[in-house]
Design a protein around this ligand. Structure first.
Ligand SMILES: Cc1cc2nc3c(=O)[nH]c(=O)nc-3n(C[C@H](O)[C@H](O)[C@H](O)COP(=O)(O)OP(=O)(O)OC[C@H]3O[C@@H](n4cnc5c(N)ncnc54)[C@H](O)[C@@H]3O)c2cc1C
Length: 527
């Protein structure tokens, strides 16, 4: 192998990083538990944001920047967000040029409304945007696989990180089929997705992303940023073993939320927030759903009403969504409202990275949903795929100069890293008891005590790592004594900029976890 970098994860961020490295002439080992075709990125539905201004609304990257910062409750790094939003139009045009069949008319990309944004800014492919973007990047990556610049190690799991004198010097991975290990030398780029596996049955995402890869990095010295910031998507439906997402595109195309109040349907978001209504950011909508359901005069179920959507919208823009609802809920959303409730959907927090996607451990990088970057205290719909693809490129550019030579070394058999299902279910219940939409000190303290007691139930290293990550989330939520974005403390209902307009930083030290708060970088003047 020539000079290379090891990438863990082959979803949007991992593929994007691999392609960028290849463009720079640097080879990589692209390691993933599952093949790209099964990464969570394939599930993404509604779209990807870029101020392309193809709808004649005068949209600009500056407005995309402002919406992203405001949506994230001013907790994101403004310089990183400026890079993201400034580069978004070119990045999305490039994806289209690569062959992703985004909705277009005579070469002009069509954009839809998404939450927290006043202008149409979300490019899409019906409700299967993640799938078409992944297909385009998988195809592009194959060109470089043929040239030997990208080497795939699918069905391989990260089981160890080597850190010497505080610097990352390699990754140990285990072949899930043979059990045999490999040690890759050199810098590592983690693109391992959000820790959905901490919330089996309660998340719209895949539990195959167990979170244990990020926990390995945390235990090896990499700090976490804002681990308490967990996004509850307002419109999900419980189905066996998971939460089914009703994409924000449903509201973007005209879907309306209501609750029964006496004999009427109360379209509460439209009354409470006349400007953006049903398209307020997700944290606001989820919180209001919990609040209206607690009112004595209201029912305890919120419905998504899409019965007024034109036939053409169903046919051209949301056919997959309609088919899914018909299949799983046995109701036709064009004729009947859908009962919905908030479910865990995204992790704004993750491995703390700087603008170049360097973690706090030299030569260890992170991008995509496993990293804390771009989304502050609440992510806007359509910004995640953008952040994963853009972040992968930025991380690759930062990692490339550190590439080293050397072949992977064979290590013999390694123990399996499986999370025990019963442990994961108990851990989920403990975490949810503290980390709901509404939080307060007693619930968080009790959850921490229950978490400690779970040590007796651990059956694997993976169980232990999941508990470590959960502990960081609870401690961070306890320390942030204010309400901001996705983090609502009923005992501290106000936003407190003086004390907490800062990044929560969790560090693993001497077997314990320290929580501190770090200033957000000042915005640099435009060059
Ligand atoms: C139902 C749904 C709909 C969504 N819709 C949208 C949308 O419309 N717009 C938007 O912007 N975002 C959307 N998102 C969010 C978005 O899809 C994700 O945040 C994004 O795709 C994450 O990409 P990623 O590269 O970080 O991770 P992933 O795509 O999750 O990839 C993670 C990779 O890491 C590998 N991996 C994990 N753990 C290990 C390990 N221990 N060892 C080795 N490999 C490992 C996995 O196998 C995988 O290859 C949606 C999410 C869901 C769940």
């Amino acid at each position: 192998m020539t000079e290379h970098i090891t990438i863990i994860g082959a979803g949007l961020s991992g593929l994007s990083a691999a392609i960028r490295l290849a463009e720079l002439g640097v080879s990589c080992a692209l390691v993933s538990l599952q093949p790209s075709e099964r990464a969570q990125s394939v599930l993404a539905e509604g779209g990807i944001n870029a101020a392309l201004d193809t709808m004649g609304e005068g949209d600009t990257p500056a407005e995309h920047f402002a919406d992203t910062m405001r949506g994230g409750a001013d907790l994101a790094d403004p310089n990183a967000v400026a890079g993201l939003t400034g580069n978004a139009p070119e990045l999305v045009r490039r994806l289209y040029a690569l062959g992703a069949p985004l909705q277009a008319e005579r070469g002009r990309l069509i954009l839809r409304n998404f939450g927290g944004q006043k202008k149409k800014r979300t490019a899409y492919a019906k409700s299967s945007t993640g799938k078409v973007l992944m297909t385009a990047l998988i195809d592009e990556a194959r060109r470089y696989e043929a040239a030997g610049l990208i080497r795939r190690f699918s069905h391989h799991e990260l089981t160890g990180l080597s850190v010497d004198c505080g610097r990352c010097t390699g990754a140990v991975v285990r072949d899930s089929h043979t059990g045999r290990g490999l040690r890759f030398p050199g810098p590592v780029l983690l693109c391992c997705g959000g820790p959905g596996g901490l919330f089996p049955g309660m998340t719209t995402g895949t539990t195959a992303n167990s979170g244990t890869a990020a926990a390995l990095a945390f235990a090896a010295g990499a700090a976490l940023g804002n681990p308490e910031m967990i996004q509850y998507h307002p419109t999900t439906v419980q189905i066996p073993n998971k939460r089914m997402l009703i994409s924000e595109a449903a509201r973007g195309e005209g879907g309306r939320l209501f609750v029964r109040r006496g004999s009427e349907n109360w379209y509460f978001m439209e009354e409470l927030y006349p400007a953006l209504g049903n398209l307020m950011p997700r944290d606001v909508v989820s919180r209001e759903m919990v609040r209206v359901c607690a009112l004595p005069e209201c029912g305890d179920q919120v419905f998504l009403d899409m019965t007024g959507l034109p036939k053409d919208t169903w046919r051209r823009k949301l056919p997959d969504l309609r088919a899914e609802v018909e299949h799983y809920l046995a109701l036709d959303p064009a004729k009947q409202p859908i009962p919905v409730s908030p479910g865990i959907h995204y992790f704004m927090g993750g491995l703390l990275v700087d603008e170049a996607h360097r973690t706090t451990v030299p030569d260890l990088f992170a991008a995509g949903e496993c990293a804390c970057q771009y989304h502050g205290a609440n992510r806007l719909g359509g910004n995640s795929m953008l952040g994963a693809i853009y972040g992968g490129r930025v991380a690759a550019e930062a990692a490339a100069p550190h590439a080293v030579g050397g072949e992977p070394a064979a290590l013999g058999s390694l123990p399996s890293e499986t999370v025990t299902a019963a442990f994961a279910a108990t851990l989920r219940d403990v975490l949810l008891s503290g980390l709901g939409i509404l939080r307060e000190k007693t619930g968080l303290t009790q959850a921490l005590a229950r978490l400690d007691a779970l040590a007796a139930l651990e059956r694997s290293e993976a169980d232990r790592r999941q508990r470590l990550l959960g502990r960081a989330m609870l401690l961070a939520a306890l320390a942030r004594q204010e309400s901001r974005g996705a983090h609502t403390r009923t005992d501290f209902p106000e936003r407190n900029d003086a004390r907490f307009q800062k990044t929560t930083v969790a560090r693993f030290r001497d077997g314990g976890i320290d929580i501190t708060f770090q200033a957000i970088p000042e915005r640099r003047a435009a060059p």
